[in-house]
Write a protein that binds this ligand. Sequence first.
Ligand code: SAH
Length: 353
Amino acid sequence: MQKIDLKSYTLEELESVINSLGEKKYRAVQLFEWIHQQNIDTIDGIPVLPKELRNKLSQNFFIDTLKIEKRFDSRIDETKKYLFRLHDDHLIESVLMKYKHGYSACLSIQVGCRMGCIFCASTKGGLVRDLSAGEIVDQVYRMQKDSGVRISNIVLMGSGEPLENFENVMKFFSIIHDEHGQNIGYRHITLSTVGIPERIRQLADKGLQITLSISLHAPNDELRKKIVPVARKFSLRAILNACTYYLEKTHRRITFEYALINGLNDSAENARELTGLLKGMLCHVNLIPMNPIKESELQPSSKKNISQFYDILVSKRINVTIRRELGQDINAACGQLRREYGLTTKGTKDTKK
Ligand code: SAH
């Protein structure tokens, strides 16, 4: 029988495991604290648990831990990019960034992605599998331990679509927020999504104070379908209605991400159309000069077009920023590292454990 990873369990789930073993409830808290605060990687390494309980737990469970395959340090800023190897040898990447207000971690949610956005490297090989809650949360622990810093902000903006891995992402929120773990406030967590209306409503119903960030990239459906293929299934209207619902439920301002791609979505007309679309909505637009990737000819917009786009939004009183790019020398664009490293090390995959 395959053993189950305890790192993926919320405190509530650990309580029911402990309960089923006929043990007292506080043992679950101890177990949770040792996994999520002390970041222990074996059940047997938890000294506060009686040997007998450790043995019982070890029969059916284990603690899964990511391995740092490689780390890339930016020479321009303090950004670090991590390539992690999972227990089944797949690779994922995460980024640690330093901001004025502390350290922020950009985490992956799936191995690969099936959304198909034309400018994104993560999706080029399709979706491989979902990450477990434990694999998502361990990206934080490994980066903290390796870098010796405390991560205070989390963005689910690495590879994958978080609303497609909904249950595991909800468990991840519960684990990372728990006072017996890292105790990171929901207001310090951002979830970035391509925009799946039904799931946005489901998230809104949870009433968590996280920031919702929608990857818009176009001001109308026709253009969006060319850039974000899943837009064929979900209209902008349906997404924006779901965003309004999210706003009503959480009172949290929504962020819209807009990657500026040369000659595709960066005209003055596109900017004006965007202001019309977002008129009257409590939101913030984040303009991202597209990061070029090997797999595509697409190029970032010119400086002139970026500032023109920005100025049009400002003139219509839309709250807007141009994203400062960190770690440009270490290939920080979504999914590039995993693909390139995966290709160059092909064949050695099974021998490197
Ligand atoms: N699937 C989710 C989260 C992962 S992508 C989503 O779509 O939001 C995180 C963000 O990075 C998205 O806004 C995505 O569009 C953007 N992104 C991906 N590749 C990029 C690139 N090459 N240049 C600029 N932004 C990119």
